[in-house]
Structure formats: C-alpha cells, structure tokens
Design a protein around this ligand. Structure first.
Ligand code: WQD
Length: 339
C-alpha cells in the first residue's frame, strides 16, 4: 500500500482527503501543527474509517522533524496542504505568511529530494487569478497581481514548483487551484472548524443559523451581477478530496519529469444571495442577514472553466450547492451536539 504524507492533514481539506485516500487504497500519514486545526479531526477520521491514521504533531518548517518522518516512512507521494490561509490576516502579518507558506514548501522539496520521493500534489488557489477578464476562468489565463500576501504566497509557490521541475529533476508535481471549498463529510464526523469569527461565507451562515452569530452581513449588493452580490464557485470538499486522489493517481502514471496545474471547481457560479436562499431551503430556517458595505479586497465574480481537469484527470464535481449546504448544516448541528 503506497504511503502518502499529508501535510496539514488534520485540516479541513486535508482530513477529507485523508479519508478519500484510504478509500482509494493508499496509506495516508499526517503531519500537522494544529495551528489551524483540531485533534478532534483525527477522531472524526477514525470514526469514519474504523481505524486511526498515523499522525505526527509538528511543523513542516522543522527540517529535523521532516528528515525523521521521511526516514521512518518510505513515502511514495506527498500532498501539501499545510499553510496559513486567512486572506485578511495575511495583509496584517505578511512576514508570517511568506515565512511559513514558502519555507515549508522549500523544506518539503529538499526533504523529498533527500529521500527520493518524486510525487507531489500542491494546494493552490483560484485567488492567483485575481479578477479575471474572461469567465469562466481557465488555467491559461494569466495570473493577476495577488490581492493579498496569502494569494502571493500561492503564486510564488507555483513558480517555485514550475522552476523545480524545469531544472529537469526526476519529480512529478501537480498544483490544484481550488475555488471556494464548502460542505462537510456527509457523516458529520469531519468538517470546517474555523478558529474564532469565520472569514468565509458558509461557516458564517451555519453559525448564524445555529445562533452562535447574531446575523450575517452580505458584503455588498451593488456589484455587476444578477442580484448585485458577488459570484463564487462553491465546490464540495468531498469533490475536492476526490480531485487530489485522481491527481495523485495520474502522477504515478507520468514520465519522470512532469508539472501541470488544474482548476478545481464546479464550473458554475452562485451569488451570495443565492447561497443564502439555498441554505434557507435545505435547512428550513430563515437566515438573519442584512446588506452591508463591500469588503475590501473582494473580487466581483469568478468561477472555473473545468474542461482541463474533466478531460485529463477524468474528474468532475458530483455534489451540488444544495448538497454542500446540507452537509455544512448537518456538520454545524453535530458540532453543537458535541459541545
Ligand atoms: C465568499 C463571498 C464575500 C463572508 C477566500 C480566499 C480563497 C479561499 C476561500 C483559502 C464573497 C461574501 C463572506 C461574510 C459575505 N481561501 N461574504 N459575508 O473571499 O471568495 O475566498 O476563501 O484557500 O483563497 O480568497 O471566500 O467565503 O470569504 O467569501 O458576504 O460574512 O461571500 O464578500 O463575495 P473568498 P469567502
């Protein structure tokens, strides 16, 4: 069974990908410093799988630890999720973001070279596109000036990977550009665990519906969209996890030196108000929200052209926005039952 290192594997997307990897016949091993995740995710994974996964508590920036982990396990691939990802915080603490997000990739690559590990799937983001001129946005679209230091770390990491492979090294890498991850495992055992006040729309909606937040503010309704609110491509985390498995399996079939990147989205866009209406429909609960001013740094509209990933990886989203919001709501309710 191929051992796969998942950095940040106790996080939102990492934990769902760990489950998908086991179901696809891999043996995922996690490293996580729990700076933006919770050990309860490991229990949730164990409940779903009926077995515990090996997990190292520590930081990908810790070179000695990474050397030890690679020495103790003959990895045949890596999926690199570990990174700080709060857009707003990154504008306040740019050095923290550049150091953490870039050093961790460099240390990971150096360790992979030391131990002859050749396959890597990297977690990138649609944020590298900024506000595209043409929609849906395809991978060939030139990347724009990053809206935040967080987004810039993703662009820099993609450039590092491109140059790493261009050097001719015997390695195979895929970058996956996520759109907006939402939803949770249908069991309600794992899901998104935002620390503090959620930045992202869907956890804020579910926390409002369950009474943790008083009301949701819709950031702007004067955009050039059908109802004036921003458009995003909301992709179920289960679909996102499956995309990582397909990317890894594809890498194992490639020649010695290979780099490519793929959008991972549904290919459809929804406005904020449509998300709210869909949530009210699936939950049966009216949502307390009001229209507020635009949020600085928000782009108006973005959704993915998914032709390339459909054709090359044979992947496409299976879950709908309703499925995502139903699973997010189920997860939020189970969280409340556990507290
Ligand atoms: C979605 C829409 C908001 C909260 C960011 C990162 C991206 C990825 C996902 C890490 C926007 C509106 C939100 C609220 C609102 N992160 N909104 N009220 O900004 O598209 O993407 O998170 O990988 O890289 O850029 O996601 O969920 O914050 O916002 O109206 O309380 O919901 O204005 O239009 P975003 P989001």
């Amino acid at each position: 069974m191929k051992k796969i290192l998942i950095t940040g594997g106790a996080g939102y997307i990492g934990s769902h990908t760990a489950v998908a990897l086991v179901n696809a016949g891999f043996e995922p091993i996690i490293i996580d410093n729990f700076s933006n995740s919770n050990k309860s995710a490991l229990i949730g994974i164990e409940t779903i799988l009926g077995k515990a996964l090996k997990c190292y508590e520590g930081d990908c920036n810790d070179k000695a630890l990474m050397q030890r982990i690679f020495a103790e396990n003959q990895f045949e691939g890596v999926i690199h999720f570990a990174a700080y990802k709060a857009v707003g915080e990154s504008t306040q603490l740019p050095l923290k973001y550049y150091t953490n997000n870039i050093d961790s990739l460099l240390i990971l690559l150096e360790t992979m070279v030391d131990f002859g590990v050749k396959e890597l799937v990297f977690s990138s983001s649609c944020t590298v596109y900024g506000q595209p001129d043409i929609l849906p946005v395809s991978e060939e679209t030139p990347r724009q000036e990053a809206e935040s230091p967080y987004g810039n770390t993703k662009k820099i990491c993609e450039d590092i990977l491109r140059d790493y492979i261009k050097s001719g090294i015997a390695s195979r890498v895929i970058s996956l550009r996520y759109f907006n991850p939402v939803g949770a495992h249908p069991s309600g055992e794992i899901g998104e665990l935002p620390l503090g006040v959620p930045n992202n729309l869907v956890p804020f909606i579910t926390q409002t519906a369950v009474g943790i937040r008083e009301k949701l503010t819709v950031f702007g309704s004067d955009y050039d969209t059908p109802d004036g609110s921003c458009i995003r491509d909301y992709i179920h985390v289960m679909d996102l996890a499956d995309a990582h498995v397909k990317a890894l399996e594809y890498l194992f079939r490639q020649k010695d030196n290979f780099y490519d990147l793929f959008n991972v989205g549904t290919g459809k866009g929804n406005t904020v108000l449509e998300v709210i209406k869909t949530f009210e429909k699936v939950s049966g609960k009216p949502l307390n929200y009001h229209i507020g001013p635009r949020r600085p740094g928000d782009i108006e509209k973005v959704w993915a052209n998914t032709d390339k990933i459909n054709k090359v990886l044979g992947w496409q989203a299976q879950y709908s926005l309703e499925d995502s919001l139903r699973d997010s709501w189920n997860w939020q309710q189970k969280l409340g039952e556990r507290e």
